[in-house]
Design a protein around this ligand. Structure first.
Ligand code: 6PG
Length: 477
């Protein structure tokens, strides 16, 4: 009988296919399964020479081809298809086997599946995988959840196929049950915020300055050699520098301005609302995509709503470009600070004990938000957990240095009528966080007035209520 495979991949669309190839290229023998065997055959025909593949046709054959404890990677569409594969797979498995879901599952589904499989003596690992097609093949960032025991057998394999930065793999055991998928979800939320902020910087320079896409490509390429160095800034320069072959126009000008989304940004915001964590950067980014996707409403508004009465000129172009760069950086710090707050809150809520510094470490390479910046976040969490990333010394100083520029940019955008929900709400968050007193006191007063919801006082303990409809004396609440 042929040697048993060390790991199996079921679901061979592009991500599964590339993960399987990555495993094989790294010396692991990989059993292959796909609902329709054409994909299995084409993988072996085209890439069979990259390593040891064991093609199988049925799930029974696939399971039988795996060494024990079996490691089964499931790479199918999140939601019902994942449940369908698990339901078929589970009866074929034995105690101690590990099912690994590498899709973008909702962490609550992962928690449910993990609990169900644990009951049957199986391990379920929800692993976030970031880096797109290329990352899956050449080294993604991997965020596995699940039991520590499952990580002992799976971890070394994942660490080998993950991206490596300074000799450190971009993979670490995140925490139990849904922790890995939660962290991947927040990664995607931050990805939304990062992209929105970059898009606003582009809009400010394009609309506010009249810069051409080619000029902007150069500006972003230059930014990519400084503090903003990141995959997303790099590809922004690439996209802006690209010319559409059919029309000869800048590519960015022939693309419909309606952003789509598959749902991970929305999940991040929904979850943050439940946890009571303000992730305004991610929320604005998600809503900005939603707004863009309502063309009829936009058309009606375009016809009806006036903008500023006069153009707002930019006096010094170079200074404005630099201001926008600083505003982008400061807003980005806010978005990350909020995402980190969300991970910290979920970690406490679900008892995951997530090492937040380690999340920055594994996001330094392979994933979509990989950036120089993440080294700084890793450092910020190296000794203690800051109350907010914004107060960690490096970021505190960087934002303080850029805050005047940030304010000028947001003011300019408001006066010029350029929408910058990301920049503006990030600045509002920064100012709210550092405020001595917030108008929340007035909100408490109104709540007490109309609903007797009570309030606390600054000068003594307890809950109080004012008899608003009576003599306005104060009673205990
Ligand atoms: C990644 C990406 C990946 C996917 C996004 C796109 O980390 O590799 O985030 O997961 O490309 O989910 O999301 P939207 O379609 O919602 O923009």
């Amino acid at each position: 009988m042929a040697d048993l495979a060390q790991i199996g991949v079921s679901g061979l669309a592009v991500m599964g296919r590339n993960l399987a190839r990555n495993l094989a290229r790294n010396g692991f023998s990989v059993a292959l399964h796909n609902r329709t065997s054409a994909r299995t055959k084409s993988l072996v025909a085209e890439h069979g020479d990259e390593g040891t593949f064991v093609p199988t046709e049925t799930l029974e054959e696939f399971v039988a081809a795996l060494e024990r404890p079996r490691r089964v990677v499931v790479m199918v569409k999140a939601g019902a298809p994942t449940d369908a594969v698990i339901d078929e797979l589970v009866p074929l498995l034995d105690e101690g086997d590990i099912v690994i879901d590498c899709g973008n599952a909702h962490f609550a589904d992962t928690r449910r599946r993990e609990a169900a499989l644990r009951e049957r003596g199986l391990h379920f690992v929800g692993a976030g995988v970031s880096g797109g097609e290329e990352g899956a093949l050449l080294g993604p960032s991997i965020m596995p959840g699940g039991s520590a025991e499952s990580y002992r057998t799976l971890g070394p394999m994942f660490e080998k196929i993950a991206a490596q930065v300074d000799g450190t793999p971009c993979c670490v055991h995140v925490g139990p049950d849904g922790a890995g998928h939660f962290v991947k979800m927040v990664h995607n939320g931050i990805e939304y915020a990062d992209m929105q902020l970059i898009a606003e910087a582009y809009d400010l320079l394009r609309d506010g300055l009249g810069a051409t896409p080619a000029e902007l490509a150069r500006i972003f390429a230059e930014w990519n050699s400084g503090d903003l160095e990141s995959f997303l800034i790099e590809i922004t320069a690439e996209v802006l520098g690209h010319t559409d072959a059919a029309s000869g126009s800048a590519f960015v000008d022939v693309v419909l301005d309606q952003a789509e989304q598959k749902g991970t940004g929305r999940w991040t915001v929904q979850t943050a609302l439940d946890l009571g964590v303000p992730v305004t950067g991610i929320a604005e980014a998600t809503f900005a995509r939603a707004l863009s996707a309502h063309p009829e409403q936009r058309e009606a508004a375009r016809a009806a709503l006036p903008g500023p009465s006069a153009a707002v000129p930019v006096e010094d172009r170079d200074a404005f470009v630099d201001d926008v760069r600083k505003a982008l950086y400061a807003s980005k710090v806010v978005a990350y600070a909020q995402g980190y707050d969300q991970m910290a809150a979920a970690s406490a809520e679900y008892g995951w004990d997530i090492d937040l510094g380690a999340m920055a470490t594994i996001w330094r390479g392979g994933c979509i938000i990989r950036a120089r910046f993440l080294d700084r976040i890793k450092d910020a969490y190296a000794t203690e957990r800051p109350a907010s990333l914004l107060v960690a010394p490096y970021f505190r100083d960087a934002v303080a240095e850029g805050q005047e520029a940030w304010r000028r940019v947001v003011a300019h955008a408001a006066r010029a009528g350029i929408p910058t929900p990301g920049f503006s709400s990030a600045l509002a968050y920064y100012d709210a966080l550092r405020a001595e007193r917030l108008p929340a006191a007035l909100i408490q007063g109104m709540r007490d007035y109309f609903g007797a919801h009570t309030y606390k006082r600054v000068d003594r303990e307890g809950a109080f209520h004012t008899l608003w409809g009576g003599d306005r004396s104060e009673v205990d609440g």
